[in-house]
Design a protein around this ligand. Structure first.
Ligand SMILES: [Zn+2]
Length: 133
C-alpha cells in the first residue's frame, strides 16, 4: 500500500473522532506486515484521563486481534479537523509504539500543504523506557 492511500485512510478515520473538549481531531491508519490496515481516532472523555489517542487505539485494536507486526502508521489531525502541520504522536503513543515496533517503524504525517513527512520511530523516540525482566 502506498503512503498516500494510508494517509487517506487516516483522514477517513479522523471523521470518527470524538473530541468535543479539545476539538482536536486525529485519525490514524496502521499498516500491518500482512498488508492489512487498522484505523483509529482519538476519543475524549469529560474526565480527561480516559481519553485515548488515534495511534494507540489503532495499535490496541490490532493487538487485541492478535496482530503485533506493524510496518508503518499514518497520522492526520488538527484543530477542528483542519490538518495541522506535523501532527506528531504524543510521548505516550511513542512509548506504545516502542513496545511493538522496532526503530525502523515509520510514522507518516501529512501537513496542511499536502506534503507527507516520514519519520522513523528511532528518530522520534530514541530512548524508550524498557523494563528489563
Ligand atoms: Zn498519543
Amino acid at each position: 500500500m502506498d503512503n498516500e492511500k494510508l494517509i487517506d485512510l487516516a483522514a477517513e478515520a479522523m471523521e470518527n473522532s470524538y473530541s468535543p473538549y479539545s476539538s482536536f481531531r486525529v485519525g490514524a491508519a496502521l499498516l500491518l506486515k500482512n498488508g492489512g490496515v487498522v484505523t483509529g481516532c482519538n476519543i475524549e472523555n469529560s474526565a480527561y484521563s480516559p481519553c485515548i489517542c488515534a495511534e494507540r487505539l489503532a495499535i490496541f485494536k490490532a493487538v487485541s486481534n492478535s496482530r503485533k507486526e506493524f510496518l508503518k502508521i499514518a497520522v492526520v489531525g488538527g484543530k477542528n479537523g483542519e490538518k495541522a502541520d506535523l501532527c506528531l504522536p504524543c510521548g505516550v503513543c511513542r512509548q506504545v509504539m516502542s513496545e511493538f515496533c522496532g526503530g525502523e517503524f515509520i510514522i507518516l504525517i501529512r501537513g496542511q500543504d499536502g506534503s507527507v513527512t516520514e519519520k522513523s520511530l528511532q528518530e522520534l523516540f530514541p530512548l524508550p523506557f524498557v523494563f528489563n525482566k
